[in-house]
Design a protein around this ligand. Structure first.
Ligand code: SF4
Ligand SMILES: [Zn+2]
Ligand SMILES: [Zn+2]
Ligand SMILES: [Zn+2]
Length: 225
């Protein structure tokens, strides 16, 4: 859809936070929000266009919300389920260029029918990265993890991928954050904390997929010691 990496990273963090903790408090705003903060500088800025404000006003009125209000994400989902149907977006969002992709209608449909919203896998950077995070350098059946680097908080399948693609030197994930997700299972998309990964005996605790036990030889490249 033409988003920049920084925009996608930020959107993934916001979305994942809301999914993992529905009690997250959200502040209702009209106009540019936390996602717009990462709108690419070279893109044609549209976040303050009049039709954006008009769409915001329509949807807030429909959900019974007002700018400045603090509500939990769970509350917002309940309001969507009560007050909105997917086809309502055809009118409310008629001036939005993203409407035609159908993603927003799909999301509303899921909320209305009580399904959980899909988990988005974080983007994995690197060279020749496949759907299970194998890369140009490591591509055996068991090379299915990606690791988050401390320098850029981005996932790469391996150290060499970071060297080839990033514009800075790689730094391992900091010890003080070993209780945060920093290892991605390429098979199921589960994100393991470093503690979880170090105790997993080379198997994903969620889907059981086998990880390459040889990766342990390189831990110092990925995890601060
Ligand atoms: S179509 Fe989607 S992105 Fe566009 S205004 Fe509606 S909800 Fe927002
Ligand atoms: Zn980096
Ligand atoms: Zn690689
Ligand atoms: Zn898994």
């Amino acid at each position: 859809m033409g988003y920049s990496d920084a925009y996608v990273d930020n959107m993934t963090v916001v979305y994942s936070t809301l999914l993992s903790d529905p009690q997250t408090t959200c502040k209702i705003v009209s106009g540019p929000d936390q996602l717009c903060a990462c709108f690419p500088a070279d893109g044609e800025y549209h976040c303050e266009d009049r039709n954006v404000a008009e769409r915001d006003a329509l949807i807030l009125q429909r959900l019974g919300l007002t700018p400045g209000q603090l509500v939990t994400w769970e509350d917002i989902l309940a309001r969507v389920a009560r007050s909105l149907q997917p086809d309502d977006l055809l009118e409310i969002c008629s001036t939005c260029p993203w409407l035609e992709y159908g993603v927003c209608q799909e999301g509303v449909q899921k909320v209305v029918s009580g399904q959980t919203l899909p988990v988005v896998r974080p983007k994995v950077y690197g060279v020749d990265v496949d759907a299970e995070t194998r890369c140009k350098h490591y591509h055996s059946p068991v090379d299915i993890i990606a690791l988050k680097f401390g320098c850029c908080e981005r996932y790469y399948p391996c150290y060499e991928c970071h060297l080839e693609v990033a514009d800075h030197q790689p730094e391992p994930w900091p010890k003080s954050r070993f209780d945060e997700p920093a290892v991605l299972c390429g098979a199921c998309g589960h994100e393991l904390t470093v503690h979880e990964y170090k105790n997993c005996e080379s198997r994903c605790p969620t889907c059981g997929a086998a990880f390459n036990p040889g990766c342990q030889l390189h831990h110092s490249l990925y995890f601060e010691s």
